[in-house]
Design a protein around this ligand. Structure first.
Ligand code: GRF
Length: 172
């Protein structure tokens, strides 16, 4: 399956996908200069900075992309883009949705006293961090966790959940 990945930052999830699906990630797009673009470069994957939705669709289609994966992509996508890629556009979010959509999920989970936290892979719909859930991975919140330690442990399971869910998607 030809996969396109959209990023805005470090790209550790992108790295997990590059490692798990060698040859299947055909293009990486960032909406801003990002460390993750170097990861694509190192893996010899076409990569570019594109900041508007229509140009992103053109670039993804030019690469023959069948599935678009958001991996730390921070810009909200417009209706046209989301409709165009309906059910071919997925995201990973660092909480057990529908709890804690949006930003600062780890701090908010701690503040709420959550005993379980984790991450979710889901189809993208126009409303942020909504959409049918493909898979989730729950981890315990430890008594001495702070948002950095919790974020690091969630990120580790994100790197396993995302490839697993994409495999599951490609079976369906
Ligand atoms: C991850 O926690 C992801 O769930 C969220 O943004 C973070 C991106 O991290 N959407 P990275 O760029 O993949 O390292």
């Amino acid at each position: 399956m030809k996969i396109g990945v959209l990023i805005s930052g470090n790209g550790s999830n992108l790295q997990a996908l590059l490692d798990y699906f060698p040859g299947e990630i055909v293009v990486v797009i960032s909406d801003r200069p990002a460390l993750g673009l170097k990861r694509a470069e190192r893996a010899n994957v076409k990569n570019r900075i594109v900041s508007d939705d229509a140009a992103m669709t053109l670039a993804l289609e030019a690469a023959g992309v069948e599935l678009v994966c958001l991996a730390g992509f921070m810009r909200l996508l417009g209706k046209e883009f989301v409709d165009h890629w309906h059910n071919r556009l997925i995201n990973i979010h660092p909480s057990l949705l529908p709890q804690f959509p949006g930003l600062d999920t780890h701090a908010r989970a701690l503040e709420a006293g959550a005993k379980v936290h984790g991450c979710t892979v889901h189809f993208v719909r126009l409303k942020m961090d909504s959409g049918p859930i493909i898979g989730q991975w729950a981890i315990p919140v430890l008594p001495n966790d702070n948002s950095a330690t919790l974020a690091a442990r969630v990120l580790q399971v994100e790197h396993q959940l995302y490839p697993y869910c994409i495999d599951k998607y490609s079976w369906s």
